[in-house]
Design a protein around this ligand. Structure first.
Ligand SMILES: *[C@@H]1O[C@H](CO)[C@@H](O)[C@H](O)[C@H]1NC(C)=O
Ligand SMILES: *[C@@H]1O[C@H](CO)[C@@H](O)[C@H](O)[C@H]1NC(C)=O
Ligand SMILES: *[C@@H]1O[C@H](CO)[C@@H](O)[C@H](O)[C@H]1NC(C)=O
Ligand SMILES: *[C@@H]1O[C@H](CO)[C@@H](O)[C@H](O)[C@H]1NC(C)=O
Ligand SMILES: *[C@@H]1O[C@H](CO)[C@@H](O)[C@H](O)[C@H]1NC(C)=O
Length: 439
């Protein structure tokens, strides 16, 4: 029952306080209308894409900007379209045991299967379909941790299923708590882990058991969530993400004082919006990473994956019943999705700059645009039996397995493959910035 409530991405009383919400919406709409035409971030942050058949030009170039530009013109992995892929899916609920109950959409009678049969086609290049054997070679002897909420777990289970054609991991968890799983691929000495931290920072549910149970969270925006920050130093890769839990009512603390809230219904506390907490949470999470003494890993920010409730909010009959992806000209990132995306990417850029001083690497796993186009990939009402009384009855937040979230592993492998070239280039830059001998 505890799990049930933890599973919920939204608060129980999300519908409370309609009028301020409408006012907010109007204000945001106005702000967006004014700001959007000038906002360069709308052009997605571009990821470096290397043409490995011509490495010498990169190594020779000391001017990173020039090489970035020439590469960007070639291809941004994260800007593209979904195209049909008759070969998918690459596993089913009978070949993979790692599918979470609530994402096992076929088991619960989802009638269509076309949603599994798409691949991501970046404009200007191809994104190879995930190759499990190649992935395991790339990560041999390494460790990867997912830090975040149930969508992060969703990605890890997708990865386990994709890898299952080669090997299943064994459970080497250090606690029976299902929120902190650790898996090991014995033939590859590869470790996979998840750390549960839906808000990334220290937090607790306020009056958890009291009669006034509200689903209200107290968030300590400037305090590390030590459940993960004390555990990740040894990891080679961290994939950090957060999102849907920030829609819930929250009270914000900084320096042990209440500084404001989001939908908290306390008369004397200012509503600072969820964006305030979201931004600060990422700032603190990245600060924690940059302050780890022995951490040498690569930090990926897996950007916000929008939900797709239509005709109502999650608790007002909203649902996601589409069976096809959008084309990129059919939908734009806007309102809440845009605001959350921008907040996290801005904090990411600052952290990246800070991390660079220590030689730490940050990468953007920029899934937002691709997932915005996939209203068809959610469980909807096929995450449980029809008679089951679950609070998130129509789930338009998580992703069916198999399904479009499998593409995140396509992105990840492609980024890891290019990492060698990119890391080498950054190392040269790092050394030359410090006038250290290049070797
Ligand atoms: C990579 O470089 C090779 C040789 O210069 C060229 O033939 C090829 O078209 C390039 N590929 C891409 C994707 O730009
Ligand atoms: C897998 O999905 C099928 C429907 O495609 C369903 O009948 C079956 O119960 C599911 N099996 C498991 C183990 O989830
Ligand atoms: C497995 O990888 C870890 C690093 O993640 C390394 O310390 C250890 O020596 C490796 N073990 C074997 C048997 O290769
Ligand atoms: C707001 O009012 C409540 C009840 O009157 C009180 O318990 C709380 O401490 C107040 N909070 C602040 C920040 O003043
Ligand atoms: C479903 O759960 C709600 C809230 O927990 C409860 O009020 C309602 O009676 C339940 N309905 C059924 C059919 O069990």
């Amino acid at each position: 029952m505890k799990l049930q409530s933890i599973e919920l991405p939204f608060g129980k009383n999300q519908s409370l306080h309609k009028s301020p919400k409408i006012v907010l919406l109007v204000i945001f709409t106005l702000v967006f209308l004014i700001v959007i035409p000038y906002y360069p971030l709308l052009k997605y942050p571009l990821y470096l894409v290397k043409n490995s058949s011509e490495p010498s030009s990169f190594y020779d170039s000391n001017d990173e900007l020039i090489s970035v530009q020439s590469i960007n013109e070639k291809c941004d992995l994260f800007s593209g379209e979904w195209i049909p892929n008759p070969d998918a899916p690459y596993y089913t609920n009978t070949t993979c045991w790692a599918i979470h109950e609530h994402q096992n959409c076929m088991k619960y009678g989802r009638p269509d299967s076309e949603f599994m049969k798409w691949r991501w086609k970046p404009h200007g290049c191809n994104l190879p379909i995930f190759n499990p054997a190649q992935f395991l070679e790339v990560v041999r002897g390494k460790s990867l941790a997912f830090v975040g909420d149930s969508v992060g777990r969703n990605q890890m289970q997708s990865l386990i299923c994709l890898l299952s054609r080669v090997e299943y991991p064994i459970d080497v968890s250090y606690t029976p708590d299902e929120h902190f799983k650790r898996w090991r691929y014995m033939s590859y000495n590869f470790t996979l882990a998840t750390f549960w931290t839906p808000h990334l920072v220290k937090g607790e549910e306020a009056d958890n058991n009291g009669p006034t149970h509200t689903g209200l969270f107290n968030l300590y925006l400037d305090e590390f969530d030590e459940e993960w920050t004390t555990q990740v130093e040894e990891f080679d890769y961290l994939i950090i993400s957060a999102g849907h839990w920030f829609f819930r009512p929250m009270v914000y603390y900084e320096n042990h004082q209440i500084v404001g809230c989001h939908y908290c219904l306390l008369d004397n506390v200012t509503d600072l919006t969820m964006y305030y907490g979201y931004r600060k949470a990422f700032r603190t999470a990245f600060k924690a990473i940059n302050s780890l003494k022995n951490y040498k890993g690569i930090t990926f920010l897996r950007t916000y994956a929008p939900s797709h409730f239509e005709n109502g909010l999650w608790n007002q009959g909203g649902n996601c019943v589409r069976t096809k992806p959008f084309r990129s000209n059919e939908i734009k990132l806007d309102d809440q999705n845009l605001e959350l995306y921008m907040a996290q990417v801005e904090e990411f850029r600052k952290a990246e700059k800070e991390g660079k001083k220590k030689g730490l690497r940050y990468r953007l796993l920029d899934t937002t645009q691709a997932m915005l186009l996939r209203p068809d990939g959610h469980p909807s009402r096929y995450g449980h039996w029809p008679h089951e009384n679950v609070t998130l009855y129509n789930d338009c937040v998580h992703w069916c397995l198999p399904g479009p979230i499998d593409t995140w592993s396509d992105f990840l492998l492609e980024m890891l493959k290019r990492e060698g070239v990119r890391s080498h280039e950054e190392k040269l830059q790092y050394l030359s910035d410090r006038k250290l001998p290049v070797r």
